[in-house]
Design a binder for this molecule. Structure first.
Ligand SMILES: Nc1ncnc2c1ncn2[C@@H]1O[C@H](COP(=O)(O)OP(=O)(O)OP(=O)(O)O)[C@@H](O)[C@H]1O
Length: 714
């Protein structure tokens, strides 16, 4: 089917222009199936097709049809980076007078400012928080697109995604739901849940050869085989060099951060002779950028060194700025290889000629090393092949012997993906979503709550009596903690309930009700004195992912506790408690302006980890301050002060300086040392350029930024 034919199915003419500008003339087969299944007639649709087979365009058919008749779309993605990727794409609609917005983060900030938007791209967490805040325009949505709906299977994100979809469908019964998915075995079950038609296909725009390498030979069971034309000691390195020799790039997936660094370290040097002088120049530039942002940690320095030679590693511990730059340089072809943890496979579209899955086992705390799900391997495989650039994509697993090769072929090449399952049965997820469902008015009684839960994927897959048991347990907890009030005697089908004022606020703050109850208990207890006690308060909540205790951490943490008996009283000396204390100490070092490199060494973390922990702590301190307001606690100023320091990683006296964009903790300290302590002191600096030399790290560029910002504030 040609794009022009879409007019017969009701696509507005402008749609042809939009797709024409992207060079799209003919629809891919699954897109044709989407059209035939009624996506342009407002029908609900689940599209389960491989990565990069044009799912977005099918959703755009529904979106364009709707916005050209005055409708509004909510487009839900799993990750912030993806939200911005889609936002950039949909911004093309603005030339027809539509407003396109993006919303992520800031979970208790009102989203009313988006009420004029025709298309809003958001993450499932932000969509959930907008529902909790009672955002009016959410009840006026005509198309809901859910990208990567198979992530209902994810322990962390899945429950939020399914509850959000269920709420959106309940509020907007006439809205069209378009769910995009990887190829999963039980796609039909998802389609039944969403009352949708199903398009399921294995078609890909570019041929994908999937195979297993052993003894320098890649066995592609459906496409013959291939010798690897490179004989490095390390198999992954050979596979990468071989792909680059053929003019391609490679993505290497590893099971851990440490392995991603190790694999990149082995590749470095093997590509030197394959880089052009122009590529070398660009890589040098990126490498310097990395040093500029993070030259003090061993990892930042190592990343810069590798990038200079065409290779990078990529994992969630790195700074976001670095991750985005690495992705950009790989897309432009300058970087030849990235060694990454699997997160990259679920993120933005970053295709490569060859994908190497180096580790197919991952550590599981309950089972030890365990083979990863087929779905995960297929997702990584799916990143192979750049449409329009590569003749085909190759995806390869590595075997150590012939037996393993055959097993890997059976399981991951020939085998089916697993069924996906709801994760809403987990108690932390359920208590949070049950509270939010009551607090935001979706359910005022037990029977309404059960009606609502009946709309979730959880209810499709579980027996009603099991669900009731779990829900009752959670309701009992919420009542005993004072987050809901129940009418009548006991919890039964006749009982009605409402959230208390504090329960409503907990739901809006987007924290686990158990976190709130721990914080409230701490705030009402006997006087807290030191910073570390407040920091431990946030680290003992389930919302904080605490740091793992390494052997070398025990003596440090235990001797700290010896000197701080008040904190020691808070717990048993088990790993659980010690890791809370270790995390509190990291946060303390962050706000005391310890050097990034030292913090990374002391705690065994990466630079991005520090910022992510600090950001969670900042959110919890903000929540504690809000709860403190409601419970008349005396700590509000103290909490606000700590929250501000946590945001920037500084002592109190730098607060004024770091609020200026472009001035981070290190530059602020340098300015302070040189006598510039407030914004007004900085006026003097920008008026007198000769002073620039006095302050380390504050060059002409920064001065320009400060000038702009201070000018704008006046
Ligand atoms: N019919 C088509 N003809 C040519 N190119 C197309 C067509 N449909 C989509 N594309 C292009 O294919 C690329 C991949 O499409 P898209 O990102 O929508 O895939 P996807 O299935 O959503 O991928 P992912 O699984 O990563 O979300 C995009 O660059 C898109 O512009």
């Amino acid at each position: 089917m040609m794009v022009d034919d879409l007019l017969d199915f009701g696509l507005p003419e402008e749609g042809l222009e939009i797709f024409g500008d992207r060079g799209i003339e003919e629809l891919y087969p699954p897109q044709v199936d989407g059209v035939r299944s009624g996506v342009l007639d407002g029908r609900n649709l689940v599209l389960a097709v491989p990565t990069a087979s044009g799912k977005t365009l099918v959703s755009e058919l529904g979106i364009l049809k709707s916005v050209f008749s005055g409708g509004r779309t909510l487009y839900i993605v799993p990750l912030k980076a993806l939200a911005y990727e889609k936002f950039e794409l949909f911004k093309e609609y603005e030339r027809y007078g539509f407003n396109v917005g993006v919303a992520t983060g800031d979970y208790d900030r009102s989203a009313d400012y988006l009420s004029d938007m025709d298309v809003v791209v958001t993450t499932s967490e932000k969509a959930d928080s907008m529902l909790r805040l009672g955002t009016d325009w959410i009840g006026d949505v005509d198309v809901v697109v859910c990208d990567e709906v198979h992530l209902v299977d994810s322990d962390r994100r899945g429950p939020t995604l399914e509850v959000t979809l269920a709420k959106l469908m309940m509020m907007n019964p006439g809205a069209q739901v378009i769910a995009l998915s990887a190829t999963i075995s039980n796609a039909r079950e998802i389609a039944n849940w969403l009352d949708a038609g199903l398009v399921k296909s294995d078609w890909r725009p570019i041929e994908l050869k999937e195979g297993v390498v052993f003894d320098d030979f890649i066995d592609f069971p459906f496409d013959g085989g291939k010798e690897v034309c490179s004989d490095e000691d390390d198999v992954a390195t050979s596979l990468v060099r071989d792909a680059v020799l053929e003019g391609g790039q490679a993505l290497v997936f590893t099971s851990s951060r440490r392995n991603s660094r190790g694999a990149a370290g082995r590749i470095v040097g093997s590509l030197d002779d394959l880089l052009s002088p122009m590529e070398e120049d660009r890589l040098m530039e990126l490498s310097n950028d990395i040093l500029d942002v993070d030259g003090v940690t061993e990892e930042g320095e190592r990343l810069a060194r590798y990038v200079r030679r065409g290779v990078a590693f990529h994992h969630a511990g790195l700074r976001n700025t670095h991750l985005r730059r690495i992705e950009k340089l790989f897309s432009s072809g300058d970087l030849k290889a990235i060694c990454s943890t699997p997160t990259l496979a679920w993120g933005i579209n970053l295709p490569a000629r060859r994908v190497v899955v180096r580790d197919y086992k991952r550590y599981d705390p309950n089972y030890g090393m365990k083979p990863i799900p087929v779905l995960d391997v297929k997702q990584m495989f799916g990143r192979a092949g750049r449409p329009g650039m590569d003749p085909y994509g190759e995806a390869v697993l590595i075997a150590k012997n012939e037996v393993e090769r055959d097993q890997l072929i059976d399981r991951y090449v020939v085998g089916d993906t697993e069924n996906i399952t709801s994760k809403l049965a987990s108690e932390p997820a359920l208590r949070s979503h049950v509270l939010s469902t009551i607090a935001s008015g979706f359910a005022g009684s037990y029977s309404e709550l059960m009606d609502f839960i009946d709309r979730t994927f959880f209810a499709v897959q579980n027996r009603p009596e099991d669900i009731q048991l779990l829900v009752k347990r959670v309701l009992g907890f919420l009542e005993s903690e004072g987050f809901i009030e129940v009418d009548g005697f006991g919890l039964g089908s006749g009982s009605g309930f409402d959230a208390t004022a504090i329960g409503k606020r907990v739901s809006e703050l987007y924290i686990d009700p158990l976190s709130a109850s721990r914080i409230l208990e701490r705030l009402s207890g006997r006087g807290m004195e030191s910073d570390i006690e407040f920091l431990h308060m946030v680290c003992e909540t389930p919302d904080m992912d605490t740091l793992y205790m390494r052997k070398s951490d025990y003596s440090r943490v235990e001797s700290f506790l010896k000197e701080n008996p008040r904190l020691k009283e808070r717990g048993e000396m088990d790993d659980w408690f010690l890791s809370e204390v270790k995390t509190s100490l990291l946060l303390k070092d962050w706000i005391d302006e310890e050097d990034d490199g030292d913090i990374c060494d002391w705690y065994g973390v990466s630079s991005g980890d520090i910022r992510r922990k600090a950001s969670t702590a900042e959110w919890l301190l903000h929540s504690a301050a809000e709860l403190s307001k409601m419970s008349m606690s005396l700590y509000i100023n103290r909490l606000r002060n700590l929250q501000r320091r946590m945001q920037y990683g500084v002592k109190k006296e730098l607060s004024d300086l770091v609020s200026i964009s472009g001035i981070g903790r290190v530059r602020a300290r340098e300015l302070y040392k040189n006598g510039y302590r407030t914004k007004s002191d900085l006026h003097e600096l920008i008026d007198n350029q000769s002073l620039v030399r006095e302050v380390d790290g504050v060059g002409a560029k920064t001065i320009e930024k400060i000038k702009r910002e201070l000018g704008g504030n006046e």
